[in-house]
Design a protein around this ligand. Structure first.
Ligand code: NAD
Length: 348
């Protein structure tokens, strides 16, 4: 298949690109290369002959139409987005433009192309979204695909809007879509402003490890390579117009996750005392969702997918990766703007 992947130079998009190329698919990576992108994320496949890159912004509809016409993809995997909740609180505008208007542009460019190509049966538009659209859970319960949307941050509201647009393009125009809503990802190439890299890198630099509130917020963690596997499976086998929740079956309180990372660092990069002594509780994020949890029964029962990596194993691999890949993260940390932001993070 020839896949048009948007946001393929970001964290999850690059895992999708690497896996798709490894499976023998041709990939066109459409990415605006914002602050969150890194060319090194796809360096391993760049010379493979199966990979092409288009630097373009999904807010630019004409560019999208040109790319569809030039590359004639068999399917689209739409991941490009502004993705960091804290940034959406500081400045929501880019989230509205990229996540909502950008998705609208992608849908329209895809519809024009699909229609002009005679509506080929196998064409798919796969929209990649987040469990944050469902809002916040109490101690009990899990998000299913039928959970009503209740987004509470500018980021999740913009993703919720994009999900609605995708469903509307299916119902109204018949565009063949599939959707996925996934829990917090982690793993190699995770941008240094997110919770797990913040913990690892602040620990290694002898700085405070910031944890929001009392660290009691609960997230479900999925290793990014498991997510990439699930995304390709839904693209190939998911039912049209249907959405699939993807989760790691790995719920953890933030503070417990942070302590696990500190214990791994104590083991892999020992120092006098424990890294856990650097943990510092900081003022909570406004509107901080208490708990996210995914009921993954649909993807498990219909498509036979389940996560293959436990959080213990995934964190071990991730900590090892950051210890071994300073050449990747050092230049990102040296950007002044990011240095100031390394206060706190929450994964998504
Ligand atoms: P990321 O921030 O690491 O990467 C986003 C990519 O999109 C970057 O390469 C960036 O350059 C590109 N991009 C941003 N704006 C663009 C624009 N206007 N035009 C073209 N490209 C643009 O994000 P991520 O964590 O890899 O997330 C990818 C997708 O998965 C997003 O849609 C996000 O909502 C969703 N998601 C993320 C998580 C998570 O835990 N990270 C969980 C569930 C769903």
């Amino acid at each position: 298949m020839k896949l048009l992947v948007t946001g393929g130079a970001g964290f999850i998009g690059s895992a999708v690109v690497r896996l798709a190329v490894a499976r023998g698919h041709q990939v066109v990576n459409l990415d605006a290369m914002t602050y969150a992108a890194c060319a090194a994320n796809v360096a391993s496949v760049a010379g493979s002959g199966l990979y092409a890159f288009e630097k373009a912004d999904i807010r630019d509809r004409a560019a999208l139409e040109r790319i569809f016409a030039a590359h004639r993809p068999d399917a689209v995997m739409h991941l490009a987005a502004e993705s960091h909740v804290d940034r959406s609180i500081d400045g929501p505008g880019d989230f509205i433009e990229t996540n909502i208007t950008g998705t609208y542009n992608m849908l329209e460019a895809a519809r024009v192309y699909w229609t002009a190509s005679g509506k080929p049966e196998g064409f798919r538009f796969h929209h990649i979204s987040t469990d944050e659209v469902f809002g916040s859970l109490g101690a009990e319960g899990q998000f299913t695909e039928a959970t009503p949307y209740d987004p509470r941050s500018p980021y999740s509201a913009s993703k919720a809007a994009s999900d609605h647009l995708v469903r509307a393009w299916h119902e109204t125009y018949g565009l063949p879509v599939v959707l996925t809503n996934c829990s917090n990802n982690y793993g190699p190439y995770h941008f240094p402003e997110k919770l797990i890299p913040v913990v690892i890198l602040n620990a290694l630099h002898g700085r405070e490890i910031p944890v929001y509130g009392k660290g009691e917020n609960i997230r479900d963690w999925l290793y990014v390579e498991d997510h990439a596997e699930a995304l390709l499976l839904v693209l190939e086998k998911g039912a049209l117009g249907r959405s699939y929740n993807i989760g790691g079956e790995n719920e953890r309180r933030n503070i417990d996750l942070v302590r696990m990372i500190c214990a791994l660092l104590d083991e892999m990069q020992p120092k006098a005392g424990s890294y856990a002594e650097q943990i510092a509780f900081v003022t909570d994020r406004p509107g901080h969702d208490a708990r996210y949890a995914i009921d993954p029964s649909r993807i498990r029962e219909e498509l036979g997918w389940r996560p293959s990596v436990t959080v213990e194993e995934g964190l071990r691999r991730t900590v090892r990766w950051y210890l071994d890949n300073e050449a990747w993260w050092r230049p990102l940390l040296e950007r002044a703007e990011l240095g100031q932001r390394l206060g706190a993070g929450d994964g998504a």
